[in-house]
Design a protein around this ligand. Structure first.
Ligand SMILES: [Fe+2]
Length: 442
């Protein structure tokens, strides 16, 4: 059970050094076909941390490992330079636009789009452009086409390469849906009224629809007035529902499908069924910020399947696996399409296994990284552009409690329970954080 100081202790605590290490030691053999960067980001408070600090609001720090020719060329970690970082470390203010009077923290995801490496976050701060080597360049507004909140979870349509994004801000009583084109401009925007100010962490897409997540964790002005770092709290009297927005539809076209009370940060994937319904797999929390206010820690998140019926607003809910699962990922060449395999990691407890789910048969394979070794989110990298689903590698940053350092572990996805094919040893730990991605070299 999380306590008020969980998120400042152990491997949640920030690291202080920004390191450049080259030619990293490797156990095993890195596949020669891997050529790119394994990027990761999470909160790393630049100030002294205090009990009760919210996990979600710490200054961002990006980590990356450059892999090519069977070698791990370098590891780097760098602050994403927000105003807090500038003030604390005496660095220049990061240029670029500001939204909603924010101080520019971007700590939740790091993606590659339109040739840019971007640190991104929900609910206010603009994307922050980084160099390939993770140095902060500027805040961006996609060439003047973005004028408010972005999100940490754009979904890339594999057919078009465009990003589909759900955004929100505490002053908005709507969820804003955006499409960012392949050149990096917002080309489409729809505001969907919801009548309250929910925390909207992610989105799902199918070939026909955008799935908007509206769960009963809302902005609370009274809590904000107490000085809470993240004034979003559980609202027992508000609905849990998924809005089905047709791809080219307007707000009037949204149909809402109710589910039992819960919170979802992360869908695994979604796709259209032949009969007009939609299958959506999610990591489901019973509640968040109801009793524990500084992180999601109100019971094990489970892996659940929802069959949404936009014609009736009814949802059929099935528990797929009742162990603790978070940070679900899949082969993103199948984003919004029928996919069979999902990857998750355990979210609570000292052991941090990873899971591979056959979402058709229900089979689950478990990879244990060993005693005291905890995997952060897994990233699937296909063996080649046209290899089959699941034919590739699962890569993650793994914390080792014995050495108090991190490894990047590479598994053969099709030998998921087998020994890692390569383990890259990093010179320091990588704090428990949020998300990352593989950025292939050009
Ligand atoms: Fe997330």
């Amino acid at each position: 059970m999380a306590t008020t100081d969980t998120y400042i202790q152990g491997n949640y605590a920030p690291v202080r050094d920004e390191i450049t290490a080259v030619d990293l030691p490797v156990t095993g053999t890195i596949p020669a076909a891997l050529d790119g960067r394994l990027m990761r980001i999470g909160p790393n408070p630049v100030e002294d941390a205090a009990a009760g600090d919210h996990w979600f609001t710490g200054t961002g720090m990006a980590h990356g490992v450059r892999i090519r020719d069977g070698r791990a060329d370098w590891y780097r970690n760098r602050y994403v330079v927000s105003d807090r970082v500038s003030e604390a470390l005496g660095r220049p203010i990061t240029p670029g636009p500001r939204f909603h009077d924010g101080e520019g923290t971007a700590n939740t995801n790091i993606i590659e789009h339109a040739g840019m490496t971007l640190a991104i976050v929900e609910a206010g701060s603009p994307p922050v452009l980084l160099t390939d080597e993770l140095e902060t360049v500027e805040r961006i507004d996609f060439g003047g086409t973005l004028d408010g909140s972005f999100s940490a979870h754009p979904k890339r349509d594999p057919l078009t390469g465009e990003l589909h994004v759900a955004t929100y801000h505490w002053t908005w009583d709507f969820i804003r849906y955006l499409v960012v084109d392949t050149a990096g401009s917002v080309r489409h925007s729809v505001d969907v009224p919801v009548g309250h100010s929910p925390m909207v962490h992610d989105v799902a897409i199918t070939e026909s629809s955008i799935l908007l997540l509206d769960f009963p964790c809302h902005f609370d002005l009274d809590v904000a007035m107490t000085g809470a770092q993240l004034p979003y709290v559980w609202k027992d009297d508000q609905p849990s529902r998924v809005g089905v927005l047709p791809r080219h539809g307007s707000a009037d076209d949204v149909t809402w499908c109710e589910v039992d009370p819960c919170y979802v940060f992360h869908p695994l994937n979604a796709f259209d069924l032949a009969d007009g319904r939609i299958q959506l797999d999610v990591a489901r929390h019973d509640s968040v910020f109801k009793t524990v206010r500084n992180g999601p820690a109100e019971g094990n998140p489970t892996l659940d399947r929802w069959i949404l019926d936009p014609a009736t607003g009814h949802t059929t809910e099935t528990r797929l696996d009742d162990r603790s699962h978070e940070f679900p990922r899949h082969d993103e060449r199948l984003e919004g399409r029928e996919s069979r395999i999902g990857y998750t990691v355990g979210f609570t407890g000292a052991e941090g296994p990873a899971y591979k789910h056959d979402l058709v048969s229900g089979d689950v394979e478990v990879h244990s990284f060993g005693e005291g070794r905890v995997s952060q989110e897994m990233v699937f990298v296909p063996r080649s552009v046209d290899s089959a689903e699941d034919d590739g590698w699962c890569m993650s940053y793994v914390h080792d409690a014995t050495t108090d350092k991190a490894d990047v572990v590479i598994l053969d996805a099709q030998d998921f329970t087998g020994e890692p094919i390569a383990t890259i040893h990093l010179p320091q730990r990588v704090p428990f954080g949020f998300h990352g991605n593989w950025a292939p070299a050009e």
